[in-house]
Design a protein around this ligand. Sequence first.
Ligand code: GDP
Ligand code: IMO
Ligand code: MG
Length: 422
Amino acid sequence: MGCIVAIGAQWGDEGKAKMIDYFSKDIDIIVRYQGGANAGHTVVVDGVKHVFHLIPSGILHEGKICIIGNGVVVDPEVLLDEIELLENKGIQVEGRFFISDAAHILLPIHKAFDEAMEEFRSHKIGTTKRGIGPAYSDKCLRIGIRVGDIFDEDILYERLSFDIKLKNLYLEKVFSKQPFAPEKIFEIISRFRDKVSKMVINTAHYLHTAIDAGKKILLEGAQGFALDIDHGTYPFVTSSNPTIGGALLGTGLNIFDIEKIYGITKAYITRVGEGPFPTEIKGEIGEMLRTKGGEFGATTGRPRRCGWFDLPLIRQARRINGITDMVLTKLDVLSGLKVIKIAIAYKLNGKEIDYFPSSQLHRVEPVYVELPGWEEDISSCTCFDELPKAAQNYARYIERESGIKLSLISNGAERKNTFKVS
Ligand code: GDP
Ligand code: IMO
Ligand code: MG
């Protein structure tokens, strides 16, 4: 069996972590491939909620190997906290959690820079202020520090001193902010090094060896298609590639290693932060979805904007990622709506288009169909046939019009609230 990939098909928070946890029972190795602690991944098991920002969401399954791939930017403070939290819950991390030596390190200077840039910008992005843009910028500028570098005192000292000097110049002279004391940063790295020294490996080599040995691998995406730096709603995007290209680059696997690509797709749509959102619902129904769906950021606590399902967006997600299977999540949240809308196309400059424009999204008007809703609470359904007819029709409509095979439905936050669709 080849590797499977779980990618967010919309603007993030589709319920990826819940599904990663679900898939993990049949998997040997789970790998995060991009993003950083901007991700907020929630898994609920027997009423207990676990939120992960960096550690793969498969970690709750005993004995499974979890890996942070080279494409991730690693915040040492967040990771140390996350490891400690898991260990305090009695979940073993050491011996089954590894970090790529080629992953980049994200430091407090990146977070300060992110925050200062947000304040300074004329168009706010609404970032998570987790330092993501600045850390990936450093990677591209070739001044970043990789996890493997922290074990070489000379390289570390030289690179870090340079980076701190440069960032402090910006912070002081451009943004009028306090500079950072290098000692504080060195202290964080030193604590990190002590804890993770045995966890740092060449993950690309590890993964290819595991594939040769017949192991099953699951790649865990963060964010989602429309937040992709290349294919999303630039500049209102994140600074990495959540799409399939990022999964390969961020792990060192190649296209022939991949067998299935799951598009994790919310039954409606949400977005956090700024940027165009054609199907956004303002008012009572948007409020109802937010409250019922618990649509508040798992990382920042910000209310998520809610909207109707968007077919042009999902079709583009299918094309860009090569999605083979859809997981439709949070279908239970739609119960109680008399009518449910789905955007089937957009109007742009008076003309109907059925694709997702790369730069004109803020100008489009959605064209909707209206489908009948259902009253019943569906969270106790255990198979497709138990769903009310209107919910079945809604799911099948999305399957047909998106061109993606509907494989699984999630009808609640708990691990058990998932069933296969044939
Ligand atoms: P991720 O970033 O894609 O992993 O998603 P988040 O964890 O940020 O947000 C998804 C939220 O919806 C979490 O609070 C999950 O516990 C919850 N959730 C996931 N699937 C379902 C579902 O099918 N129904 C309901 N009601 N909640 C769900
Ligand atoms: P998960 O993995 C939803 C959004 C931010 C902002 C934009 C850029 O939980 O789905 P950044 O901090 O990355 O520079 O912010 O991207 N964003 C997310 N939205 N889910 C996420 O992750 C997100 N990670 C970043 O709100 O609009
Ligand atoms: Mg999230």
